[in-house]
Write a protein that binds this ligand. Structure first.
Ligand SMILES: [Zn+2]
Length: 496
């Protein structure tokens, strides 16, 4: 009975809060209209002159149009911002967004940042609501957190998968890559099933002792009952030269609002900017579904360095041009006589910073996409140095290494033991989080001196063999038969 009353009271409070928000927003809009009214003529003239730009950056996806149609920001109208007479509605909105992402403490703190919140009934009601929702959350079993990963997504399956009979790369595209349609369906399905994206670093808690040594134990993730946590990573977000012409995006860029997007070169040679890969697609999904991510989490991006990062040719070899430089780098340099290493690095850094601001994290994938299990110690050392010289200055230091080719330095469950030289070297280099590839549902190993998680490839190979019933490795996440892109040809088996 009492619970029911509380429930009703809560609902009434929410309704009140909503009405209040609507009222406030209506007033704000009216105020904005009055202020901008004076500037309308100027705005129309500005818009007309913009049309004359004749830019190639037509934006293809509808989401970008939405962004375009958002009410103009005060600075764009050249008018001063409206006087913040009462920003309690804004505070409430921001707090609500935090609470939707399960950050109830952050939401409460946000409300309390408003001076005199105690006398605003909507605000005290909101705090009460957040406290209730927080109290309902339960801890996630960290050893049962799955980790999924993708490569660069296929924008145009007809280009990527054509010529399966004669082109080994088309076969590779079919085996290792996921299409945008498949990615979107998986994202929606997992969300519907209650999956919530958490950061790789959420699974562990790090403490540093008085000697500066890090110690790790299981992290605490609190989610509403029925929700399941998962970790996401993206491999090789470099837009390698070898991807050219196969229907992939060509680089990460920022749109006019400073948001990470992708550039895509169309058949007619024109370039469009939009949601052509996992980063902007997931950002958009989480913007529309704030409860899809835990405290604003995004994925971890595993970067090599040999072709640069994010589509920028940031590696020193593009400037020094050693004798043994790859043919594709040479060809690219010939086609780009204006190449300037510092410009590429500066642009990549701007984009990487915007991605980090959205919650994306970067990891090493080794500079040269190394097979760490087979490589000599000397090779691993030289490779790590190259990563630290060419990639780290752009994306910042990272404590995460996501091994390439799915290789690893030890099996499960034994893990990294004292005397494992390669592990000890990488540990000295600052790596504490280690990831490999494995089809098992969960692989979480948290030891005092490191965190290790296995990852599942949600690629053409797994999707196809699950969709035809020859494998059952994805059914906890989605039904592959419903996900598979009809444009994907049968995937040939792997020849080892
Ligand atoms: Zn890779």
């Amino acid at each position: 009975m009492e619970k029911q009353q509380n429930e009703m009271k809560k609902r009434e409070n929410r309704r009140k809060q909503q009405r209040y928000l609507q009222k406030r927003m209506g007033m704000t809009l009216a105020l904005l209209l009055v202020i901008t009214g004076v500037g309308v003529a100027a705005a129309v003239m500005a818009a007309n002159s913009k049309k004359d730009k004749g830019t190639v950056e037509t934006i293809a996806d509808p989401a970008a149009d939405e962004v375009k149609n958002k009410p103009e920001q005060p600075e764009e109208t050249g008018e001063p911002e409206p006087e913040p007479q009462d920003d309690s509605a804004l505070i409430l909105k921001e707090a609500d967004l935090l609470a939707m992402g399960y950050d109830y403490d952050g939401a409460i703190e946000k409300i309390k940042s408003y001076e005199g919140y105690e006398s605003v009934s909507e605000m005290t009601a909101a705090i009460e609501d957040y406290e209730t929702r927080k109290g309902e959350c339960v801890p996630v079993n960290v050893s049962e957190i799955t980790h999924v990963f993708y490569h660069t997504l296929v924008v145009d399956p007809e280009k990527a998968f054509a010529n399966q009979e004669n082109d080994p790369q088309a076969v590779g595209n079919n085996q290792w890559m996921t299409t945008i349609d498949e990615f979107n369906k998986i994202t929606q399905t997992m969300y519907d099933e209650g999956y919530v994206l958490v950061d790789l670093h959420d699974i562990a808690e790090e403490t540093v002792d008085e000697n500066g040594v890090s110690h790790f134990k299981e992290g605490t993730i609190m989610l509403p009952p029925g929700k399941k946590a998962f970790v996401l990573s993206l491999d090789d977000l470099s837009y390698y030269h070898s991807y050219d012409g196969y229907g992939y995006a060509s680089k990460m860029v920022l749109d006019e609002n400073g948001r990470p997007k992708c550039e895509y070169v169309q058949d007619d040679g024109t370039t469009v900017v939009g949601d052509f890969d996992a980063v902007p697609l997931l950002d958009k999904f989480i913007e529309e579904h704030p409860d899809a991510a835990y405290k604003g989490a995004r994925g971890t991006i595993a970067l090599t360095g040999y072709n640069g990062i994010l589509g920028y040719r940031t590696d020193i070899s593009y400037q020094t041009v050693p004798d043994d430089i790859n043919a594709d780098k040479k060809k690219w340099l010939e086609e780009h006589p204006d190449f300037n290493l510092e410009t590429e690095r500066a642009q990549a850094k701007t984009v990487a910073e915007a991605m980090m601001a959205e919650g994306w994290r970067f990891a090493s994938h080794t500079w040269g996409h190394l097979k760490v299990g087979e490589a000599s110690m000397e090779r691993i050392q030289a490779d790590t140095t190259k990563w630290k010289e060419n990639v780290e200055p752009i994306v910042g230091a990272t404590d995460t290494i996501i091994f390439a080719h799915g290789q690893d330095l030890a099996g499960w469950p034994e893990g990294y033991q004292p005397g494992n030289e390669k592990f000890e070297y990488l540990k000295e280099q600052g790596f504490n989080y280690f990831c490999n590839v494995d089809s098992m549902q969960y692989g979480v190993q948290i030891r005092d001196n490191y965190v290790r998680q296995s990852r599942r490839n949600l690629d053409g190979f797994r999707i196809y063999y699950n969709s035809v019933g020859q494998e059952n490795t994805l059914s906890d996440l989605f039904n592959a038969a419903e996900i598979i892109d009809p444009k994907r040809p049968p995937v040939p088996p792997l020849n080892k």
